[in-house]
Design a protein around this ligand. Structure first.
Ligand code: NAD
Ligand code: 022
Ligand code: ZN
Length: 375
């Protein structure tokens, strides 16, 4: 069938709107009409050419929501008409990783997904007879896409697509990092570095977990108001604090008889390795946990003195907020519909597909929290 897509033909070039061909779903695959998609940093990272694993031409996009229109042979968990969110971290419930209960990083289709292909080793998209790569197993920058059955979460059908698409990446990553990865307890003190589309969701996750002190750190003073909107209790301007940032944060978290200071939990939502170090070192001695969420540039390395870890701080990382997509994503949609979490104010821009490149510009300039393309 003919579908409308924003195609990444070459690294460093804007996306091109084209009519491309999409083959129907094969066994254990589903055809989804994408209704809305967010624009996220990884799309930009790949499009820019900075991603060493980036493949071209490709249909990018991994933060979508839509409706199942057709299912291939063997599909039992969804049917036409079901509302779904595509999952760049699938959940097969059968591979050693899923069965371990220790990780959300399902390995069932990992090899082919990384090569921009469906699990049978081929692509469903083509343009002028030549295949186009899938992206992160999702390719939501097209008004229809084909996905493996294990890479869709069935969600309730009264939730608005232009909001819940954000649950396909940013919301789940931020909220999940707090609840699944850090397992923050009520009364905790936390620091969030980077108050963008991920950090703000960490903040609302901390509010949900009933953290007491939620310190936000950013270089951009405009982000203070944004943080406060979702439950941040204190703001530190990293530019103003300069070299004294870590001692300042440690001091802010001192209380009563405990004169050591440091947060119970810290989160890097910047992808900057220097910030990752600051996040670890502003954790409390003996038990502080620092979670890396930001994706650093290719080849980057983190460092700290081993003393930081010997004295009991823990360095962790998280992918997709540790969420098991088919199990957890429908619950997060329920939380949104029950107003336990907010999404609407974070979606600062809505664009039609032909203006998708504008969404990348807004992200560059730091003018958006999230731009969403509505088909
Ligand atoms: P964003 O650009 O919207 O936000 C980043 C924020 O960090 C900005 O407000 C910026 O001003 C601030 N910042 C930059 N440098 C800083 C510094 N030195 N100190 C303090 N603040 C600083 O980005 P986002 O959408 O929130 O994404 C954040 C990161 O999370 C990205 O690296 C993204 O790739 C990553 N991410 C990871 C996962 C995962 O599963 N691990 C999922 C989604 C996104
Ligand atoms: C999403 N991300 C950043 C912004 N939006 C993001 C990027 C990468 C990962 C998670 C979220 C990630 C962490 C660990 C892995 N990935 C490896 C998973 C594995 O090896 O099993 C990751 C994922 C998908 C892809 C690449 C890397 C891909 O499909 N190309 C989950
Ligand atoms: Zn993303």
């Amino acid at each position: 069938m003919d579908v409308r897509a924003a195609v990444a033909f070459e690294a460093g070039k804007p996306l091109q709107i084209e009519t491309v061909q999409l083959e129907g779903p094969k066994a254990f695959e589903v055809l989804v009409e994408v209704k809305a998609t967010g624009i996220c940093h990884t799309d930009e990272f790949t499009l820019s050419g900075a991603d060493p694993e980036g493949l071209f031409p490709a249909i990018l996009g991994h933060e979508g929501a839509g409706v199942v229109v057709e299912v291939g042979p063997g599909v039992t968990s969804v049917k036409p008409g079901d509302h779904v969110i595509p999952l760049y971290t699938p959940e097969c419930r059968q591979c050693p990783s899923c069965l371990s209960r220790k990780t959300n990083l399902c390995t069932a289709i990992r090899a082919t997904q990384g090569k921009g292909l469906m699990p049978d080793g081929t692509s469903r998209f083509s343009f002028q007879g030549k295949p186009i790569h899938h992206y992160m197993g999702c390719s939501t920058f097209a008004n229809f896409t084909v996905l493996p059955e294990i890479a869709v979460a069935k969600v309730r059908d009264d939730a608005p697509f232009d909001k819940i698409c954000y649950i396909g990446c940013g919301v789940t990553t931020g909220v999940g990092a707090v609840l699944n990865t850090a397992k923050v307890e009520p009364g905790a003190k936390a620091i969030v570095f980077g108050l963008g589309g991920i950090g703000l969701n960490v903040i609302q996750g901390l509010r949900l977990a009933a953290a007491d002190m939620i310190i936000g750190v950013d270089l951009n003073p405009d982000r203070k108001e944004w943080g406060e909107r979702f439950g941040m209790t204190h703001f530190v301007n990293a530019k103003e604090a300069g070299k004294d940032l870590v001692p300042l944060l440690v001091d802010m978290t001192k209380k009563g008889a405990d004169q050591i200071g440091g947060a119970d939990y810290t989160f890097d939502c910047t992808g900057n390795v220097n910030v990752m170090r600051q996040a670890l070192e502003s954790c409390h001695r003996g038990w502080g946990v620092s979670v890396i969420i930001g994706v650093a540039p290719a080849g980057a390395e983190i460092s700290t003195r081993p003393f930081q870890l010997v004295t009991g701080r823990v360095w962790k990382g998280t992918a997709f907020g540790g969420a098991r997509g088919r199990t957890d994503v429908p619950k997060i949609v329920d939380w949104y519909m029950d107003k336990k979490i907010e999404i609407d104010p974070m979606i600062t821009h809505i664009l039609p597909l032909p203006e998708i490149n504008k969404g990348f510009d807004l992200m560059h300039k730091g003018e958006s929290i999230r731009s969403v393309v509505v088909y």
